[in-house]
Design a protein around this ligand. Structure first.
Ligand code: PAF
Length: 282
């Protein structure tokens, strides 16, 4: 497995693969890889001849008061995980390689990005769309892999690919959870033992909401209220949102029907803002 840091070198490697008629999968990440990322890499290895994992903590998608500086990084451990999972290339650029002096072009989106995480993280999706477009142009993959834990991000990327006629198949992969239910996230490492057990309130409320819908509840407000009440019992939890939206538009719904996304964002003890969700077709 190679590790490359420049756009030029990645392009050269991918061009050689293309000459041999090989297909290419891309797994965009910010590193500090866990079993969630590993499941994306595994899927890419199954479906593509060659797999590129990008590891880049993208400054553009962090707001001024967010955790860019403290975001965990460990290239050595990430490389081991990529290698043993079957990736062929890690693209690990410096910020200056991705954003050269004078950088002033962005990919932005309205609608889908103005709900859920977009409300409390106003610059986030512009940063995500811009960096993912750049990665798509650099690697030119056939398929790209994203986790369903970031359900809004997945919807935004699918929309961007459709709107901008990018010839790339976007593959969504299921949430991977710890044994006790906590969704895997690089940000879980911000938490000490007590905070980590407080964080279980996210998955507990997701499982409660899912059960209510499975058992026939169709009033979104009733489900959201029950989930909110449960989260509020945890003193370390600060709710950002508990929402039920249409999966395609990200607009809030009152009656649960069609393709729905129930998504939550909750801060734990002012240390980590975590997200979780379930999607269902009703
Ligand atoms: O999901 C992430 O880790 C990031 O938002 C992504 C897609 C790698 C873009 O920086």
């Amino acid at each position: 497995m190679k590790i490359e840091t420049t756009v030029k070198d990645v392009r050269k490697t991918v061009k050689e693969w293309r000459k041999e008629g090989l297909t290419v999968g891309l797994v965009p990440t910010m590193g500090y890889l866990h079993e969630g990322h590993q499941s994306l890499i595994k899927k890419a290895v199954e479906q593509c001849d060659k797999v590129v994992v990008s590891i880049f903590v993208n400054p553009m998608q962090f707001g001024p008061t967010e955790d860019l500086a403290s975001y965990p990084r460990d290239l050595e451990k990430d490389s081991e995980l990529c290698e043993k999972t079957g990736a062929d290339l890690i693209f690990h650029p410096e910020p200056e390689e991705m954003y050269q002096e004078g950088f002033c072009s962005f990919v932005d989106m309205t609608g889908l990005t103005q709900a859920l995480c977009g409300l409390s993280r106003p610059v986030h999706f512009r940063g995500v769309c811009t960096v993912v477009s750049k990665l798509f142009h650099i690697v030119q993959p056939d398929k790209a892999y994203f986790g369903e834990k970031d359900a809004q991000q997945l919807a935004v990327i699918k929309r961007m690919v459709k709107d901008l006629n990018m010839d790339i198949e976007i593959v969504g992969c299921p949430i991977i959870r710890e044994k006790d239910g906590l969704a895997k996230s690089s940000r879980n490492t911000y938490l000490d033992e007590k905070e980590r057990s407080a964080a279980l309130i996210l998955s507990k409320s997701i499982f409660l909401g899912k059960k209510m819908v499975e058992e026939g509840e169709r009033n979104a407000n009733v489900v959201k209220q029950a989930m909110t009440d449960l989260i509020q019992k945890e003193p370390m939890a600060e709710i950002d949102y508990v929402e039920i939206v249409d999966q395609n538009t990200m607009q809030s719904i009152e009656e649960i029907k069609g393709d729905i996304l129930c998504a939550i964002a909750v801060g734990i003890n002012h240390k980590a803002r975590l997200i979780d969700n379930f999607m269902m077709t009703v």
